[in-house]
Design a protein around this ligand. Structure first.
Ligand code: ZN
Length: 321
C-alpha cells in the first residue's frame, strides 16, 4: 500500500527531525556552558580520557579489580565537580544531556524491535490528517455518544448498535466485515461511522472517509480532466484499509457514477478490504436506482445495521431550549 508507506515515512521523518533538533539543542547548550564555564570543557576532556585509559588498561592481563575502582573513583570525582560547576552557574544538571522528544525510545521509534507509542501516535496523526474525516468529528470516540438524545430508542443504541460497533473495532484486523448503516437523515449514521473510523485510526488503521458524491467527482476529475477543489487521487478508495462511503444514494445518478460505485465496492470486496456505507435507503430500496450487480453486492456482501428513526439534530436543538 503506497499511501500507507508514505504516511509511515512521514512519521519516521518527524521522529528524525525531533532527534536532530534534540542533538542540535544539546550541542548549542554545550557550547553555551563551555563559554560560561571554561573549566567544564577540561573536565569533559578528562572524563573522556579517563574512560579511554580504563578501556585500554582493562585489556591488559595484569589488570586488577582495584585498578577498575581507581578509574571509577576518578570518574565520579570529575562528575561531581562538573555537577557543582553547573549548579553554581545556574544550570540544571540535565542541561548538557540530550532532551529527547520521547525519552523512552530516544526518538528511534522502536524499543527492542517493538514500535514505541510515540511512533504509533505520530502515525495515527498522519492517518487522521489524511483521513478526510471532518475536524469536528476527529476527537470523538464511543464515549461521546449521547444516549439521552435517542429517547425511547436509547436501549437499542446502547445494547445493540454500540456494542456491535465496538466489537467491529476490536475485531477489525481479524474479521473483514462490510457494514451498511441505514436510517433516516440525522439518525447518527455518519457520526457512528466516523467514530469507528477515529477509533481505528488510533489503532493505526489507514481509514478514508468520503461522501459518495465526492468519490465519484474524484474519478470524474481523473477521467475527464475536470478541476474540482477537493480532488484526491482515486487510488485511495481502493487502497485504504477501511473506506467509509457516506450518503450513498444522494449522488447524481449517472451510468458513470454507478460504474464507479460498483468498481470501488467490488474491488474492495475482492481485495478483502472492508467498507462502511451509510445511506437513507436500505440495500433493497435501490431497485430502479442501481443495476442488479451493484444491488447484489450491497445486499449479499454487507451486514445491514438499521438505525432508529430519529432526528438527532432536532433532538439536540430541543435539548438546548
Ligand atoms: Zn518513543
Amino acid at each position: 500500500m503506497m499511501k500507507k508507506n508514505e504516511y509511515y515515512a512521514q512519521a519516521i521523518n518527524s521522529l528524525n527531525n525531533f532527534r536532530c533538533e534534540a542533538l542540535q539543542k544539546q550541542a548549542d547548550n554545550i557550547k553555551l556552558a563551555y563559554k560560561k564555564i571554561p573549566r567544564l570543557s577540561e573536565i569533559d576532556e578528562q572524563l573522556k580520557k579517563n574512560m579511554s585509559d580504563f578501556m585500554k588498561a582493562s585489556l591488559s592481563e595484569d589488570f586488577k579489580q582495584e585498578d577498575a575502582e581507581k578509574y571509577k573513583a576518578t570518574s565520579l570525582d570529575l562528575q561531581a565537580t562538573r555537577a557543582e560547576l553547573l549548579y553554581e552557574n545556574g544550570f540544571s544538571i540535565e542541561f548538557l544531556n540530550v532532551q529527547y522528544h520521547c525519552p523512552e525510545c530516544e526518538d528511534e521509534g522502536y524499543i527492542n524491535g517493538k514500535m514505541c507509542k510515540c511512533l504509533k501516535k505520530l502515525l495515527a496523526e498522519e492517518y487522521m490528517n489524511h483521513s478526510n474525516i471532518s475536524s469536528a468529528y476527529r476527537s470523538r470516540t464511543f464515549k461521546n455518544i449521547d444516549l439521552s438524545l435517542y429517547g425511547e430508542n436509547a436501549e437499542q443504541v446502547s445494547k445493540v448498535i454500540v456494542p456491535f460497533c465496538k466489537n467491529y473495532v476490536k475485531e477489525f484486523g481479524k474479521k473483514k466485515q462490510n457494514l451498511f448503516f441505514y436510517g433516516a437523515p440525522g439518525c447518527g449514521k455518519t457520526f457512528m461511522s466516523t467514530v469507528i473510523g477515529t477509533e481505528l485510526i488510533n489503532n493505526n488503521v489507514f481509514v478514508f472517509y468520503t461522501p459518495a458524491q465526492d468519490m465519484i467527482s474524484s474519478f470524474e476529475a481523473e477521467k475527464f480532466g475536470k478541476e474540482i477543489s477537493s480532488a484526491v487521487e482515486p487510488d485511495i478508495y481502493t487502497e485504504c484499509e477501511l473506506l467509509i462511503i457516506d450518503d450513498l444514494g444522494t449522488e447524481f445518478s449517472t451510468q458513470f457514477a454507478e460504474s464507479v460505485l460498483y468498481n470501488v465496492i467490488n474491488n474492495r470486496i475482492n481485495k478483502n478490504l472492508p467498507t462502511i456505507i451509510s445511506s437513507n435507503y436500505g440495500p433493497d430500496e435501490f431497485d430502479g436506482i442501481y443495476n442488479d450487480r451493484l444491488i447484489s453486492r450491497l445486499t449479499y456482501e454487507f451486514t445491514v445495521i438499521s438505525f432508529p428513526d430519529i432526528d438527532l439534530r432536532k433532538q439536540k436543538k430541543e435539548k438546548k431550549k
